[in-house]
Ligand binder design. Structure first.
Ligand SMILES: Cc1ncc(COP(=O)(O)O)c(C=O)c1O
Length: 920
């Protein structure tokens, strides 16, 4: 039992090392209680404290004094004294109270006495709230001097400081890396040259932490230890400010391009105050939120408005006898901060030159992009903006048919031709996975064979998918660029914006992969790799050969053009509809003007000020605490997975689909099974993240409820109406649970208790209902779990919409089809359960969809305008038992384009083509 707990803990901590610490404190507290009661031996407490001690070194709190006091109580067999102190420390560590209460740092329970000089006396009390962080100091100084150094940093504090920090000391590169991984409060690092390479500890937990970081550290193949450490830290946590204190010629070092990741290089003997001020300034540079800060100032100014927006300033609200409650509900600031003006420092979202521009630049820095555009109408709009900006009528876009509808509509608007590619189906859950790379490459190679590669502008994919499939973004882009070096990539990361803040997920984000590809193109070895492969492939490699080969692009030819859209409101602290477009495009200067046109087309001219401010604030939060928050979200998800799987009763009716259930074996080349599968180790997880074609975002959990006799929609309704639990999307037999930066362990407890209650109710019902009830239940489960309709693939565009398409490739003119439906006289309706429907499919004339038809769930278009309807589609629709189908009126039937009207259209376009040819 102990070993399996230990095992699951190790793999959890691969993702969520910081939260493992609170578990250990909780465990120590429990052991101390047993020791005090006489139920446990001192040895167990001693072992737990020793393991904890190694981790605690990387945190300012409780610090050496409190730890020494704990050890002393243990050695003097003072079990009750040990328990009292362990309890207090664990509580303070879990609640973070120590950040603002100096008393928590005292060893003895002298709650009433004044803190001594050694305590962090300027924490919180009696002063305005000051955010707290920790600074990692990597030093060659002997450990005996460290308490003195910590005290020195405390002595530098001034009342004027906007933030407060504690120093955490480390003596080696390995310890520094462990500290950055384990301690999310670390926000700045001061590296004094001369430190050691190896850790002075040999705790297994630290070895494991280091092993997990190895690939990131390997990237930093830097002979110079200080620069290697800086590069390693940045690879793990790019937001950290790094200061290098050197006794070398600092002027020279500062000019060294390898030192570009260092915020400031200083001479070691320099005034420590200089470091202190620089560190605070560095935090301030992340803390500043130019638009939000200015909006707060604006709200305080007495302003008379002779403009639109009567609610601005709130007078008509608060004075009204009828709508006063609106003012009371939202509070005065909402109204004071409302304005139609773009003056007074508020800036214009459409043409930003001031605070919005600065806020966007800061977001670009934080998210690893060159440019960021704030969008206040959701990622639905962000997608349309990007598509309109980069795609012209007739261009071909390779697109996941299962993507969000904004992409399909974006193509209707831009007039591009979608080349639909299919994700692998997950029929048993009536959902789709992600698009295999082979399918994407084949699309490109087929277009190349048709001589139409020049028409392909973009590959447009969703990462991660709604259900959590994460692409190998780097590999996809590299192999596509090997076929067409100037392809543009649009990665819809609506759900994945937070991933930037996890060192494990970051390489699989659009921006993370783009950074890695860019670095690779600058590596002299890249050309050698490309040339070697070119030789191996020979002059005219077959399509099959190219499909079977992991293609290397020509680094000299690559034009890296990567766009990411993310719903900042879905995974970070933006208000609903807050979204961002991230740009990393070497040719952006060529499309910037059209990008602005796209913004003008889609953005509201009255964007919501609070939304813009929340985008600014969301960036601030992620830059200062995103690392810890994301780790926590992952921890919560792993907790839920573990509890559901291990509870004897819950697991009888419910399960969360593991990576093995979500990703077919052929895409898990590493052999990875699941996060919590027995025997799974950190390196398995790592290998999966690095190598597998798809891996699973642990925060997205497909909870199967069909085995409990519930369909997804019904179960979602039950959770919401009876238990106040909201879940994400549903499928025929599952619901999607999602953890985010807002979740706590209490949420996990609530969910688990509800699942247990429901499981108990099922048990009781089955027991009381006798054989008839059991049979009915089994039949329902069987129907939900086995009687699942096949998912229909995209059939084809009708020939009338393929006048500009390749002979063998499936792209089509979706825009003309879409607008054809505007002429009502050219449309017909046909109920899907009519015999005429089957007859027409068999014998013709063809049924051609006039609309997008999108059932919820599963939420992907089973028909798009201009698509020929097949038996597969109709069978799927007949089997669907959902109520919400966008684009389909049950009473009238499918809206179709009349074939004779299309025949006319086709004739005309052929004739036009002939005319054009004659004219030429
Ligand atoms: C993959 C994907 N992209 C885009 C969107 C649209 O995002 P928003 O709600 O921010 O408009 C969604 C919404 O669910 C989505 O799932």
């Amino acid at each position: 039992m102990a070993s399996s707990a230990q095992e699951s803990r190790s793999i959890d901590h691969f993702f969520s090392a910081p939260s493992g610490r609170t578990d250990r404190w909780r465990d120590l507290h429990a052991l101390a209680r047993s020791w005090a009661k006489g139920d446990a031996a001192r040895g167990a407490v001693e072992a737990a404290l020793a393991e904890l001690g190694a981790i605690e070194e990387f945190h300012a709190f409780p610090g050496p004094e409190l730890l020494a006091a704990l050890r002393e109580r243990m050695q003097s067999e003072d079990a009750n004294g040990f328990l009292a102190l362990a309890k207090r420390i664990s509580l303070a560590a879990i609640t973070s109270n120590y950040k603002h209460d100096p008393k928590e740092w005292q060893a003895v329970d002298l709650a009433l006495s004044d803190p001594t000089d050694m305590l962090p006396s300027s924490l919180g009390e009696g002063q305005a709230y000051r955010p707290y962080f920790e600074m990692l100091v990597v030093t060659p100084a002997p450990a005996g001097r460290w308490p003195h150094m910590v005290a020195e940093f405390r002595r530098l504090r001034r009342l004027e400081d906007a933030f407060i920090y504690e120093a955490v000391l480390a003596g080696s590169l390995e310890d520094a890396i462990c500290a950055a991984v384990l301690n999310p409060d670390i926000a700045a690092v001061a590296i004094y040259e001369g430190f050691a390479l190896r850790s002075r500890h040999d705790a297994p937990v630290l070895r494991a932490v280091l092993a997990a970081q190895q690939p990131l550290l390997d990237k930093a193949d830097e002979a110079d230890l200080a620069l290697k450490l800086a590069a390693g830290l940045k690879a793990i946590r790019p937001e950290l400010d790094i200061y290098l204190l050197s006794d070398r010629r600092v002027e020279k070092l500062a000019g060294d391009p390898r030192a570009s990741m260092i915020r400031r290089v200083m001479y070691q003997i320099e005034e420590p105050l200089e470091l202190h001020l620089s560190v605070l300034e560095g935090i301030k540079a992340r803390f500043d939120t130019p638009f939000f800060d200015n909006l707060k100032l604006y709200a305080q100014r007495p302003i008379g408005t002779f403009h639109a927006l009567p609610i601005a300033r709130g007078k008509s609200v608060f004075r009204s006898p009828w709508i006063r409650d609106m003012g009371q509900f939202y509070g005065i600031n909402l109204f004071l901060a409302e304005s139609s003006a773009t003056t007074g420092g508020l800036d214009s979202l459409l043409e930003p030159t001031g605070t919005i521009k600065r806020a966007q630049e800061m977001a670009a820095r934080a998210f690893g992009a060159d440019h960021v555009f704030f969008v206040t109408n959701g990622t639905s709009t962000s997608n349309k903006m990007v598509l309109q900006a980069l795609i012209a009528p007739g261009d071909i876009v390779i697109l996941d048919r299962n993507c969000h509808k904004s992409h399909h509509y974006g193509l209707v608007l831009s007039g591009a031709q979608p080349f639909y590619v299919e994700a692998f189906p997950m029929t048993e859950f009536s959902m789709y996975g992600a698009v295999p790379l082979r399918t994407i490459k084949k699309a490109l190679l087929d277009l190349q064979a048709e001589g139409r590669l020049d028409r392909v502008k973009m590959v447009d994919l969703t990462n991660c998918t709604f259900d959590g499939h994460i692409y190998n973004t780097r590999r996809v882009m590299e192999e596509c660029l090997a076929i067409k070096p100037d392809l543009i990539f649009l990665w819809d990361e609506a759900w994945f914006g937070f991933a930037r803040w996890s060192p494990f997920l970051r390489p699989r984000t659009a921006m993370g992969a783009a950074a890695d590809i860019e670095a690779w193109t600058q590596d002299p070895d890249a050309v050698t790799q490309y040339e070697r492969q070119r030789k191996e492939l020979g002059a005219n490699p077959s399509i099959d050969k190219l499909l079977d080969t992991r293609l290397v692009p020509d680094p000299r030819a690559v034009r890296l053009r990567v766009y990411q859209t993310n719903s900042t409101h879905k995974s970070m602290s933006a208000i609903r509809q807050g979204s961002m477009v991230l740009v990393r495009d070497v040719d952006f200067h060529k499309v910037e003007a059209q990008f602005h046109e796209a913004v003008f087309t889609h953005a509201s001219t009255s964007p919501n000020q609070q939304l813009i401010a929340s985008l600014d604030v969301a960036r601030r939060q992620m830059e200062l605490e995103g690392y810890g928050l994301v780790m926590n979200a992952i921890e919560v998800a792993l907790d839920i997975r573990r509890e559901v799987a291990s509870h004897p009763l819950i697991s009888k009716y419910f399960s969360i689909v593991g990576a093995d259930g979500m990703v077919p074996k052929q895409y898990r080349m590493s052999g990875f099974v699941d996060f919590l599968a027995p025997g799974t180790r950190w390196d398995d997880q790592l290998r999966s993240m690095r190598e597998d074609e798809f891996c699973l975002d642990p925060t997205r959990m497909t909870l199967v409820c069909g085995t409990a006799g519930f369909d997804g929609t019904g179960f979602k309704g039950l959770l919401a109406s009876q238990y106040n639990i909201q879940v994400n999307k549903t499928s025929r037999n599952s619901v999607l649970l999602q953890s985010n930066i807002n979740n706590t362990r209490s949420d996990v407890a609530l969910l688990i208790s509800v699942l247990l209650k429901i499981s108990n109710e099922i048990e009781a019902r089955l027991k009381q209902g006798g054989e008839a009830e059991r049979k009915a239940f089994a039949a329902r489960v069987h129907s939900l779990m086995n009687d699942v309709p096949d998912l229909p693939n995209f059939s084809r565009f009708h020939e009338a919409f393929r006048t500009d398409a390749g002979d063998t490739t499936p792209e089509g003119d979706i825009r003309t089809a879409f607008f054809s439906a505007y002429a009502e006289e050219k449309c017909e309706y046909l109920p899907i359960d009519s015999p005429e429907c089957d007859r027409r499919i068999d014998k013709g004339p063809a049924l051609i969809s006039a609309n997008f038809v999108i059932p919820y769930p599963p939420g992907f278009p089973i028909l798009v305008p201009g698509q020929v309807v097949t038996h597969e589609t109709i069978t799927f629709m007949r089997k669907l038992d959902v109520k919400e189908i966008h684009g389909y009126e049950k009473a009238r039937g499918l809206k179709l384009l009349k074939p004779d009207a299309l025949a006319e259209k086709k004739g005309r376009s052929v004739e036009n083509g002939r005319k054009r040819a004659r004219a030429a």
